[in-house]
Design a protein around this ligand. Structure first.
Ligand SMILES: Cc1cc2nc3c(=O)[nH]c(=O)nc-3n(C[C@H](O)[C@H](O)[C@H](O)COP(=O)(O)O)c2cc1C
Length: 211
């Protein structure tokens, strides 16, 4: 099993709740499956560009005109996307470590999704709908937030946003371990909440190894 671990958190591990969850997840995963291979992608060390017009033309013009030949400028614009799409296509499982910022994923993570969900590369699109051109069977989200969000909460752009994005390319198995209620002004039990989420992340690691 090969795991792509995308880290969208600029804080050092000692400060980031979501990184405590990922440490717990990977410890359990590796304990159960020592042969697992993991590619770590720290987005702050390797930031994606914003999706631009050249990128749009390079990937979407051929969808509607199979004979379209991208220009040199368009080819140059998609270097990051090409590399990230390769990483995406090598993975069996995608793990995302992220805080909630302004009710959704950090912009750097959204920008990464914009670089990897590419027609004719990671999915195909046409009269028969959308088909996966990757082998990711599961996405694990390891998140932290100041507030609390029950499933279905419209303010929750983390679970809803990631589920929608990966669901579009055929990944229905999305599991979440989430340290909610981490704002110490509003939640006196924030430490217990975090400890519970760390245990849940470990259980998800063990489960993912067996999937
Ligand atoms: C820029 C910024 C925006 C935030 N926006 C939200 C938010 O919309 N909802 C929320 O519940 N918490 C929000 N928080 C709180 C964080 O989600 C919380 O501190 C969380 O534990 C951060 O995860 P981390 O410890 O893994 O970095 C925000 C924090 C920052 C720094």
């Amino acid at each position: 099993m090969h795991v792509l671990h995308v880290i969208a958190n600029p804080k050092p591990a000692a400060e980031a709740n979501s990184k405590a969850l990922s440490a717990s997840f990977f410890q359990a995963l590796k304990a159960k499956q020592p042969g697992v291979s993991v590619t770590e992608l720290d987005l702050y060390a390797n930031p994606p560009p914003f999706y631009d017009y050249s990128t749009y033309r390079h990937y979407w013009y051929p969808v509607f005109d199979a004979g379209y030949k991208p220009t040199d400028q368009e080819k140059a614009a998609v270097k990051y996307a090409q590399k990230q799409c390769e990483l995406f296509k090598q993975a069996d499982v995608l793990v995302i470590t992220t805080p909630m910022w302004n009710f959704g994923m950090p912009a750097i993570l959204k920008a990464w999704f914009d670089q990897v969900l590419m027609p004719n590369v990671t999915f195909s699109i046409g009269g028969e709908g959308v088909k996966a051109l990757h082998k990711i069977r599961k996405v694990v989200v390891l998140a932290s937030s100041g507030g609390t969000y029950e499933p279905g909460d419209l303010r929750d752009g983390i679970r809803n946003g990631i589920k929608a994005a990966v669901g579009f390319v055929g990944i229905k198995d999305v599991e979440v371990a989430w340290a909610q209620g981490q704002n110490p002004f509003f939640f006196q039990d924030h430490a217990e909440r975090k400890a519970k989420a760390v245990v849940e992340a470990a259980a998800l690691g063990t489960k993912t190894a067996g999937d």
